[in-house]
Write a protein that binds this ligand. Structure first.
Ligand code: SAH
Length: 251
């Protein structure tokens, strides 16, 4: 069944209105008709079954039928910290990792970040990232839309790493600890349920500097290897996230 996210206050009464691109999607792409049903979600975990009652001018009116108890979220929460990559690679990371099951994205700047950071464009870019996360979450049948932070400094990222239940930094020069061993050393029962997230940090095109790896370790994290092949920065997070969910029996 198709899933659409609406603002939380939209799900208060019996009727719901879907507008904008989602309305266009219902009418023109999946071509639903009056009487057809969709899942409407508030993006924060509440899902409702709703039936289309009429079509307006670029809007679709629905009536709610019942609360759905389905929850498609993994039991383990993974935060993806991605050093800002060049071009539109951050969009790729957000799209793919939302499909797979990340709950939060933390873009950050590190020593070898290449991209010119432009604070004036920040708001527009964040809006675009949020749109990509919403569309990916709808298509993947997620119950939530992942949170996307404004870009953080390296020091701010270290603070976030201290707050996480476990923090791993992907480091291609690490030879002794791979992701599998690191995950197997965790007491899984502490992480299922969601209040102890796992933070996964991925470096920029030029990688992390040794000093950064050491600072991450001092902040309670650990550097890990994703194997002997060197992955592109936009591949690393999706690959590692899949491994984490596999290890937690979610894949
Ligand atoms: N410094 C390297 C490549 C960096 S790859 C070079 O220029 O040759 C970009 C990022 O992807 C790295 O910072 C790391 O976080 C992650 N990464 C890629 N391959 C990895 C691997 N085999 N193990 C762990 N992390 C990896």
């Amino acid at each position: 069944m198709q899933r659409y996210f609406v603002a939380r206050n939209q799900l208060r009464g019996r009727s719901v209105v879907i507008t904008g691109e989602d309305a266009r999607h219902i009418e023109r792409v999946v071509r639903l008709k009056e009487g057809d049903r969709v899942t409407v979600s508030d993006g924060a975990g509440r899902d409702v079954l709703a039936q289309i009652t009429s079509f307006g001018n670029n809007s679709v009116l629905l009536e709610t039928i019942e609360e759905l108890k389905e929850n498609n979220e993994p039991r383990v929460q993974v935060w993806i910290a991605q050093s800002l990559p060049k071009g539109d690679k951050m969009e790729t990371v957000i799209q793919k990792c939302t499909e797979i099951g990340a709950v939060r994205f933390i873009p950050f700047l590190s020593a070898r970040t290449i991209v010119q950071y432009d604070a004036r464009k920040e708001q527009k870019r964040l809006e675009r990232w949020n749109k990509i996360a919403k569309e990916a979450a709808e298509q993947a049948q997620r119950s939530i839309i992942p949170q996307i932070d404004l870009p953080r400094t390296w020091e701010q990222l270290l603070t976030v790493a201290r707050e996480a239940g476990a923090a791993f930094l992907c480091y291609e020069k690490e030879t002794s600890l791979n992701l599998k061993k690191a995950l197997q050393s965790l007491d899984k029962s502490h992480f299922a349920g969601g209040d102890r997230p796992i933070l996964l940090a991925v470096g920029p095109e030029g990688g992390f500097e040794l000093a950064e790896v050491e600072q991450f370790r001092e902040s309670g994290g650990r550097e890990i290897s994703l194997g002997k092949r060197i992955l592109r920065t936009e591949t690393a997070a999706a690959s590692a996230l899949s491994c984490i969910l596999y290890e937690f029996d979610e894949i």
